[in-house]
Write a protein of this length. Structure first.
Lengths: 351, 549
């Protein structure tokens, strides 16, 4: 059952990025997930996004919990930092890492079980705090590792492979993220890299909690008729609200756009997101309207995808806490123990 | 046996072939060097056990047809190999006392040991042809008069081109024609050469001449070529081997005169030239305007090309000749304008190489078999083709799909100090089994095809994500030229067809650019529905002995 390692040979015309790396340099080990798993497509999209953003692999930390999705950080960015944490506890471990070193790019990789069941509280609090991270939920609606029971994101009425019908209400992570104060909220589909790759790039450039709910069909347990997370169902019901183009900070926007049909959002790091509106009335800067729209369309049976909400001017956890600019892990003993006199001064302030 | 089947002389070709297959090897598309196909065939031939019980036996019953084969070189022997088991009586004529033709007379024994040639010619002689060795054929009409059912002419290109410049006649004693001199060495008539030798010519014969000279007493051997180094006809590896034996190659020198003192050769003068290219890119050698170069030497070997010569074929025999005095031969059937006379090897279309001679032999044997059965020789039987899935289990294939990253291995050589002392000592030691196995692992398994079943595909992209060479793209359909640019890795090799599926559920199509595919099978391993399968393609060209089975 073991795959051969992916041969190191590559296409002679494979392009390199500004760092001289090819896309292949951003790969990890070969996936041990089921053949055809949507999660592998998400890994491929992450690889493509990091390649296109010229990210130095050692400036990235990948953190995950437990589950099929949480195995995936092994399969991309093999030269980055990685931490496979406790089930559902990725957000707090990541928050800690982020506090210690604010300079890394944090990718939190989780699944519907890890985020919506055991880790629901962690998910909510991490959004509230505005931890500067990309939170990717690889959402397939089933517990794949335990043979396909419904997860908390499975839609009511959805059918399991064995024929059982789900009677519980689903947790919609996108709506929850909006409620909890996430400043970048998007939904995409593992089978649509044209949409997913720019979304990942924009999310990485975003400062604050960026949530990507990526529907990722489980080919083994949840890709049959009656499932609402299958390739066929998602393709048939996918309603993208906008089409996104990410323009990194160092590039000028040269593409013309017609006001009314598209808009440009400038992010904190100087990058731009160019949004072509597919639904003319949809306004991704209005949290309340976004929530309402999502509820309406989902009641109508549609799977709404695209960049659903963005607040480019938000503050992240470090700004809330007023931490110093230098990463805490680089503080020396002198910085951290300024001496008895300083302690006296500080204590005096509280007397 | 596969090696022997179409190759006929695997041990010979594994040492001496011009390797037209290696530039075609697809390994060369993904890195610098192709697989060492030629030398691997040698290992396969050298490492075999006794195969005599697997070889075809002499026909139990003769079919009454008699075929004359003129020349006992690779082309004629191949015809004999294909026809003898069918019951034909083959009569092989050759002026030399042994079978082998140019393989024996022109290829030095330090490149091709006699035992290898004897063994492989022996397999064919074991099929019991009639041999008329030592009998030079002087007249085609006389042969035809013997009522043969067909005549195959495989007499090679036996005449070495001469160089008619001043001094040629006067100094003739120390000026030799390359191929004649090599034959004389091969039969042991010539055992010595002067200390200073100049070899004129840049082909493989010139390389054999200079290297042989080094072994027969030539201490200072120089090769002089009219053209530049890169345009020389010799195979790159043969040039390398010559230079390794301390033989300098001088380029852009045109011989002007053989200098002699009273008939004793003292040297040659050359004019220095340079290459100029006209608007059409054609090269012209023009005088460089420098003073002539003189090279002192004791012997000269002239290896400036070979010519066909058919003094023994009467021009009214029914075989027509063209304006260049070459017989008119059909390139597919190898039939001449005389329906009973067929040509092959160098005799057919001028000097090529052994593997072409073998290929001609197979085709000519097929033609002769058709002709003798009263069938149309232009209606060629189709080749045997077969395609079969190689799946053995989950992630398990009947072929080795793990692609080796090794670079091409070098064939070990015997030490120069020893090989230069003995004209019969083989220079190349050949790969040992371990090295051969590693080299063979570099093969990209081009016989394995990726076969796509449209109805099974769920368009999950797993194959696209895993493909190490970016061969696969799912895209809206378009005209081929546009499609080639729309792929993940644009398909720039226009000689490689695209593999395109019918429209899939989403309206996209699957396009695979086979150009740099490694056949690693990961697309099929990653496919959740088995839409991709790895199938082995087998092709065996139609051969006389296989067709009549």
């Amino acid at each position: 059952m073991t795959y051969i390692a992916k041969p190191k040979l590559h296409h002679p015309g494979l392009p390199t990025n500004a760092l001289g790396f090819t896309r292949r340099d951003y790969e990890g080990r070969i996936s041990t997930l089921c053949a055809g798993c949507g999660h592998d497509s998400i890994s491929a999209a992450l690889i493509q996004a990091c390649f296109e953003l010229d990210i130095e692999p050692h400036r990235v930390a990948k953190l995950s919990g437990i589950g099929c999705s949480s195995k995936t950080p092994d399969y991309f960015l093999g030269q980055s930092h990685g931490f496979n944490s406790v089930h559902g506890r990725m957000p707090s471990v990541l928050t800690g890492a982020n506090l210690a070193n604010r300079e890394l790019i944090y990718l939190g990789v989780s699944g519907d079980g890890d985020s919506a069941s055991i880790g629901l509280g962690q998910f909510a609090h991490c959004m509230r705090r505005g931890v500067n991270m990309v939170y990717i939920c690889e959402n397939n609606g089933v517990y794949g590792l335990t043979k396909g029971q419904f997860s908390a994101t499975a839609d009511k009425g959805s059918k399991a492979k064995g024929g059982a019908v789900n009677t519980d209400s689903p947790i919609d992570l996108v709506s929850l993220a909006l409620l909890m104060g996430a400043s970048f909220v998007a939904r995409s589909f593992s089978g649509d890299k044209k949409q997913l790759v720019p979304l990942i790039k924009a999310a990485i450039a975003h400062r604050g909690s960026a949530v990507l709910d990526v529907i990722s069909p489980c080919v083994t347990f949840n890709n049959h008729a009656g499932s609402t997370k299958s390739f066929d169902f998602v393709r048939d019901h996918n309603e993208a609200v906008n089409k996104l183009d990410f323009v990194p900070a160092k590039k000028e926007i040269t593409v013309d756009y017609e006001p009314g049909t598209s808009e440009v959002v400038r992010q904190h790091d100087g990058s731009f997101i160019k949004l072509a509106k597919l639904h003319p009335d949809y306004d991704p800067s209005n949290r309340v309207a976004a929530l309402t729209y999502l509820q309406e369309r989902e009641a109508a049976g549609e799977v709404v995808t695209g960049l659903l909400y963005i607040d480019p001017d938000t503050q992240d956890l470090h700004e809330h806490l007023g931490t110093v600019d230098a990463p805490l892990n680089r503080m020396t003993e002198d910085d951290l123990c300024p001496g008895v006199d300083m302690l006296e001064t500080i204590n005096a302030e509280y007397r | 046996m596969i090696n022997w089947q179409s190759n006929v002389f695997p041990g010979v070709l594994g040492r001496t072939c011009d390797r037209p297959c290696e530039p075609a090897c697809r390994r060369g598309r993904v890195e610098d060097e192709p697989v060492a196909i030629c030398r691997l065939k040698r290992v396969a031939a050298d490492s075999k056990d006794d195969i005599s019980d697997r070889l075809p036996k002499p026909a139990a019953q003769k079919n009454g047809k008699r075929i004359a084969l003129i020349g006992a070189g690779p082309a004629s022997l191949t015809v004999a190999r294909d026809l003898l088991p069918l019951g034909y009586t083959c009569v092989i004529y050759d002026a030399d006392p042994f079978a082998g033709g140019m393989m024996r007379t022109q290829i030095p024994k330090f490149r091709l040991p006699e035992r290898v040639l004897d063994e492989e010619c022996g397999y064919i002689l074991g099929l019991e042809p009639e041999t008329r060795f030592g009998q030079k054929v002087e007249s085609l009409k006389a042969i035809l008069a013997e009522n043969y059912d067909a005549v195959f002419v495989g007499c090679g290109a036996p005449r070495g081109r001469d160089l008619d410049i001043p001094g040629r006649k006067e100094a003739a004693e120390h000026i030799h024609i390359g191929i004649d001199w090599l034959a004389s060495v091969s039969f042991g008539h010539t055992t010595k050469i002067g200390k200073r030798v100049v070899v004129l010519g840049g082909g493989n014969t010139a390389m054999d001449c200079c290297r042989t000279s080094r072994r027969l007493g030539g201490e200072k051997v120089d090769v002089v070529v009219r053209s530049g180094f890169a345009e020389m006809k010799a195979s790159p590896w043969e040039k390398e081997d010559a230079m390794h034996e301390d033989i300098p190659i001088h380029n852009f020198l045109v011989p002007l005169e053989f200098v002699h003192e009273g008939g004793k050769l003292t040297g040659i003068t050359f004019e220095k030239v340079k290459a100029e290219y006209d608007a059409k890119g054609r090269r012209k050698l023009v005088p460089a305007g420098e003073p002539p170069v003189h090279m002192a030497c004791d012997d000269v070997l002239v290896a400036v090309g070979q010519e066909n010569a058919f003094p023994w074929i009467e021009r009214d025999s029914g075989v027509e000749f063209d304006e260049w005095n070459m017989p008119k031969v059909d390139p597919v059937t190898l039939q001449s304008t005389h329906p009973k006379v067929f040509f092959g090897g160098d005799a057919a279309f001028g000097p090529k190489n052994i593997i072409w001679a073998v290929a001609h032999g197979h085709e000519a044997a097929l033609s002769i078999d058709l002709h003798c059965n009263g069938k149309d020789v232009t209606v060629r039987p189709s080749p045997l083709v077969n395609i079969l899935s190689q799946k053995m289990g989950i992630h398990e294939w009947s072929y080795d799909n793990d692609v080796s990253l090794d670079l091409r291995f070098k064939v070990p050589h015997a030490p120069k100090e020893l090989t230069l002392k003995d004209v019969n000592m083989e220079v190349e030691l050949g790969f040992n089994r371990e090295l051969a196995f590693k080299e063979a692992q570099r093969c990209l398994n081009c016989d394995i095809e990726t076969v796509f079943e449209k109805n099974l595909c769920i368009e999950c992209d797993a194959c696209v994500d895993i493909c190490p060479m970016d061969c696969i793209t799912f895209t809206p359909n378009a005209a081929e030229n546009d499609l080639r640019g729309m792929l993940i890795a644009p398909a720039k090799n226009l000689t490689q067809d695209l593999y395109v599926s019918p429209e899939l559920k989403t309206g996209n199509i699957m396009v695979k650019d086979e150009d740099v595919c490694l056949h690693c099978g990961l697309c099929a391993e990653r496919c959740p529905t088995g839409a991709w399968d790895m199938k082995k393609f087998y092709l065996e060209t139609a051969k006389a002995h296989a067709c009549s089975r």
